[in-house]
Each structure stands twice: as structure tokens, then as C-alpha cells.
Design a protein around this ligand. Sequence first.
Ligand code: ADP
Length: 489
Amino acid sequence: MKGLRWPEPLRSYGISMKVVLAALMILFGAIPLLIQCQVMVGSFRQAQLETRGIELQNQCMILSNKMTRAGYMEAEFSGAASIDTEMQTIADAYNGRIVLVNQNYRVIKDTFNLSVGRFYPSEEVIRCFRGENSGSYNRQQQYFSQTIPVYNRNQDTVIDGVLVITASAENIISMMDGVRGKAEFFVMVAVVVLAVAAMGAVFLFMEPIRRLQRSLDQVAQGDLEADIREDSYRETRRLSAAVNKSLSKLRAVDQSRQEFVSNVSHELKTPITSIRVLADSLMGMEDAPIELYREFMADISDEIDRETKIIDDLLTLVKMDKSAASQMNISQVNVNALLELILKRLRPIAKRGNVELTLESMREVTADVDETKMSLAITNLVENAIKYNVNSGWVRVTLDADHKYFYVKVADSGIGIPEEDVDHIFDRFFRVDKARSREVGGTGLGLAITKSIVQMHGGVIDVESILGEGTTFAMRIPLNYIPRQEARA
Ligand code: ADP
């Protein structure tokens, strides 16, 4: 799933998490509050209007009943004064107007005294005479209107007149405006309180992340020893654990780099020190015979060779370390022929140690490899097998393959490797016996180079050894070369 992504302008600006969180909290708090306020004020207003409408209707029904009972519409009626007063009172109380229309649609009573005698054939009045009461609220002009029939005193099916009541809802509306104003003020205060609380909460919430940031800044300034620990949240715990893991890897790399540099300096210094000692002792001798000079010069020359070999090996190793696929010179190579050539070259050295060197090929193998590098890797193994062998010992090289890999084994009857050293055998400058390695011209870099080459080909190399009995190196290389993904910058 793709995570939340801001639009590019926001991302490039680097919007703060604090701002986002505070905005979300305010938004999710304020919007429901505003909606609730609107709904409540709206329904309260509606309830007020309905109550007012019902009240008005009731009052007018009572009035119309009184009129019916008193025979108000009849010509000979007298004593209308009390009913008139009541009509006036109701009209005043509801801030409205009551008009009484007779069967001829003439206004016979008007609390405003403006329309008496006028013709009033409005739709509601006509309908009311037909027996349909109507009551409505005009939202735009904010008034109620209601028609109520006044029945004949003797025949309660005959409608003698119609009361038309109109009443303003202005006071309800203005009251509601007041309520709305207060509610809105309350919401505003609540939003401000919410905003302050949200910012406070976000500040507290983000504190562990800020602490983590400070620790990371410390690391960025080069302090690899910093312990990044932030356990406040599961996320920060995971994040700091991941950072710590990377840091410890970085520390290990840093340490191995330092070790390597100090090893290199040491290794390079050794031949130079020897040369110096040889030269100094020659210079300290007066009238030294020419033979001694020759002997010392030969030793100095050996030391120079040694120094050159160390430097060559180091350069090879550095090139391997870069391990860029572009440095591989892959071609189809007949591995049988390659092995034969290597053994042919090494046979004189084996002969010197009286070591029997044999090659056993199970099948013809052709593989995509970098011939020079592969040759170097196998030469190192066979050379070691000869160098660390016993007198009259043997070295057996075998080649086999399946549909995916080819396998080269170099087994010897040599001195073997102590169990505790087997794991370090591929480390740079590691030698089980420094003196012996030096004696046979070793630099301690051969196996490190071999391992790099094997890995560059996507293969693996393994070693098995029994002290005093012999050692077997076994490597497995893919027949088809697949370039390694270049490490991302
Ligand atoms: P060196 O230049 O010293 O030979 P290598 O990296 O080739 O360096 O080997 C590292 C060490 O591993 C050697 O010094 C030796 O002690 C040990 N070693 C390598 N190959 C063999 C072997 N076939 N038998 C016994 N010891 C070996």
C-alpha cells in the first residue's frame, strides 16, 4: 500500500508533522462542533415556531368557539364587546392581526381597523368556508397565517364566518438570532480552546521524535558512539533500533578500516625495517668483504620483492573491493584448459617441495568468467596447497559441474589449519603462522583476494581442514555470469 503523500509543493517545503497533526485535531474537533451547533439552533428554532403556531391556533379556536356559542355572527347579536376585547388581546399578544370575514367575503371585524367592509375573497378564506382549515408559516416574510371557521350557533355544519389570523414570528426570529450568536460564540471559544489543547498535545506527542532527531543530529556530526534509544512509542523504538543496528554496522566498518590501515602500515614497514637493518649493518662494517655485500644486497633485493608483492596484492584487493560489474571482463572460458594451464605453471614450485600435483576433470566445463581473475583465485588456492604442504605430500585439484554451477576443489595433504583459525582464514593479512607464511613469500592477502573474486562471480567458497592431515577448499561458481546489482549510492 502506498502511504500518505503530500502534493509536491508541500513536500518540497517540508511541512511539519506538528502542523499536520494540530490541523487534523482542530479540523476533526471543530467541524462536528460547528455542525452540532447549526443543527441544534435550527431544530430549536423549528420547535419554537411550531409551538407558537399551535398556541396561536388554540387561542383562535377558543375564540371561534366563543363566537359560535355567543352567536357573534348573527345580526341581532349584542354584547360583542368582551369578545372584541379578547380578539384584540390575542392579536396584541401574538403581535398579529385578526380579521373576521362573513359569508359574503366582507371583512366585518379587523383588529387593525383598516379593512372593515372590504371584500376579502382570499384562497384560504374560500377554502375555509368549504371546511378546509389552513395554517402556514411564511418563511420569507416571517409570519404565521391561520384560518378558523366560526360556526352557526344553531347549525354546527354551517360556517357563518372565517377568522383570518396573521401573527409575526419576528420576536422568535430575533430571539433565535440571539441564541445563534451565543452558540457561535461558544463554538468559537471551544475552537480556540481546542486549538490550544491540540497544539499542547502535539508538542507533547512530538517530544520523543524531537529527542530522536537530536540524537541523530549528534550521529550526523560524526559521533558513531552515540546510543540512539527512544522507547516512548513502538515506532520510535523500532526506528531507534534500526538506526542502532546501522550504527553498529558502521562502527564495525570503521573499526575494520582502521585495523586494515594499521595492518597495511605494519606490513609495509616490515620489509623496509629489514632493509634498513641490513643497510645499517653493512654501513657499520668497515672493510666488509665483497661477498658479504653481495649476500646483504641479495637479502635487500628479496625484501624489495616482498614489498612489491604486498603492494601488488593490496592494489589487486582494492580493485576487487570496488567490485563494480564494469570491472569484470567476462568471456566464455574452458575451465579444464584454464586449470591445466595453472597447474602447468605451478608444477615447478610443487616439484621443489616434492609435492605431487594432480588434476581430475569429471567433465568438460565452459563457463562465463573473468579469465584473469578466476585464474588468480585458483592459483592462490593451489599455491597455498603447495606452500603449506609437507614434504612428499600431494595436491589434488578436481573439477565438476552440473547444469548451473561448476565446482573446483583443491585438496592437500598439508599441515592443516587449527580449528579456531578456520573462520579467519579469508581475513585480510590473517596468517596462521606468520613466520612460515613469510618464509614462503606469503602476504596474508591471497585468500581475501580469492574470496572477493569468487563473490564477484556470484559464487561461494568454503574450507574444511584437519590439523596435521590436510585442507580442502571448495568453490562453486555459476556457469552463467549474472552481474550483481550495483550498490546504491
Ligand atoms: P598467505 O599469503 O600467507 O598464504 P593467504 O591469504 O593465502 O595468505 O592464506 C592465509 C593463511 O591461511 C596462510 O598464512 C596459512 O596460514 C593459511 N592457509 C592457507 N591455505 C592453506 C592450506 N592449504 N593449508 C594450510 N594452511 C593454509
